[in-house]
Design a protein around this ligand. Structure first.
Ligand SMILES: Nc1ncnc2c1ncn2[C@@H]1O[C@H](COP(=O)(O)OP(=O)(O)OP(=O)(O)O)[C@@H](O)[C@H]1O
Ligand SMILES: [Mg+2]
Length: 269
């Protein structure tokens, strides 16, 4: 087993103006595991806690209770022992890069932090080509690139340290549909070439089903369904069924599509 998320709880203080007004329980006992080389999708409605869970896994936030274990040791210890072993691509590619840095410096930053300082120029040119960008872009600035190009730069940066595990938090959500499918193809290709393990967070069930081996449905602070992508029709949980009903094309061609048609479809935002 690559990663185990065990009984994770996370709460935030509710905004209460001058007066303290209680806690917002976002994660209420999250349990799941990810095998090495697996691509796991995490789906749930806006505000359900997907980014919170991602941040807990990345060690950016501490859970109130529970733990994240990677390759048998605590995630924090694993990250110290595997510098650059875990990386993330966020939805907002514009604010996740320094506008005053060239593409070269943006990609070089985590490499240098992970102790990789030799032949940076050549390595970064190769990374740009790997994500489908010309190496001549190396000296450009973020504002000179399109959204899709900049997100490819963020992916190049994320894979620059040869991570074992990559969290993609809505990494394609801000892109237009044709660019989304190009980036999905790129992620698919990189996953196989570099044998990475992915946690792919998204609203879009179809994109998740295309890329991922397994899908976790997060609802009301819990994982309510955990299914292989080719067994989505076996969903028994009401929330998962309603979400699946809203993207019925997924079911075309399935022999046993036992989704409950009486439930209203969810609005996928
Ligand atoms: N730092 C924080 N302080 C207080 N509340 C927070 C904080 N971060 C998130 N929340 C709240 O926790 C809940 C879950 O937020 P989160 O961003 O994890 O949801 P999400 O599933 O990623 O949503 P989206 O799909 O819109 O990105 C929301 O109600 C949000 O307002
Ligand atoms: Mg989010």
């Amino acid at each position: 087993m690559f990663m185990q998320v065990e009984n994770v709880y996370k709460s935030y203080n509710k905004e209460g103006g001058f007066f303290y007004s209680g806690k917002l329980d976002v994660l209420k006992g999250i349990d799941f595991s990810i095998k090495e080389g697996e691509c796991v999708g995490l789906i749930g409605e806006s505000g359900s806690g997907k980014s919170t869970l991602s941040r807990v896994i990345l060690g950016l936030e501490k859970p109130k209770q529970g733990s994240v274990i990677i390759e048998g040791i605590s995630a924090s210890k694993w990250m110290k022992e595997n510098r650059g072993g875990m990386s993330v691509v966020f939805q907002d590619y514009t604010s996740s890069v320094n506008p005053f840095f060239t593409i070269k410096n943006i990609i070089a930053e985590p490499m240098i932090m992970a102790g990789d300082k030799k032949n940076l120029h050549e390595k970064i040119c190769a990374l740009l080509e790997k994500v489908g960008l010309p190496s001549t872009m190396i000296n450009k600035y973020p504002h000179e690139l399109s959204g899709g190009q900049l997100q490819r730069v963020c992916i190049a940066r994320a894979i620059s340290t040869h991570p074992k595990f990559v969290v993609l938090d809505e990494a394609i959500s801000s892109l237009d549909v044709s660019v989304q499918s190009q980036i999905l193809e790129l992620l698919h290709k990189l996953k196989h070439e570099m044998n990475m393990t992915y946690l792919f967070v998204a609203h879009d069930l179809q994109a998740v089903a295309n890329l991922c081996d397994r899908i976790l449905f997060l609802h009301k602070g819990k994982i309510v369904e955990d299914l292989a992508s080719d067994e989505l029709a076996l969903a028994t949980n009401d929330y998962a069924q309603r979400l699946l009903n809203s993207v019925m094309p997924l079911c075309i061609g399935k022999n046993k599509c036992n989704l409950n048609k009486n439930l209203p479809p969810l609005q996928v935002v």
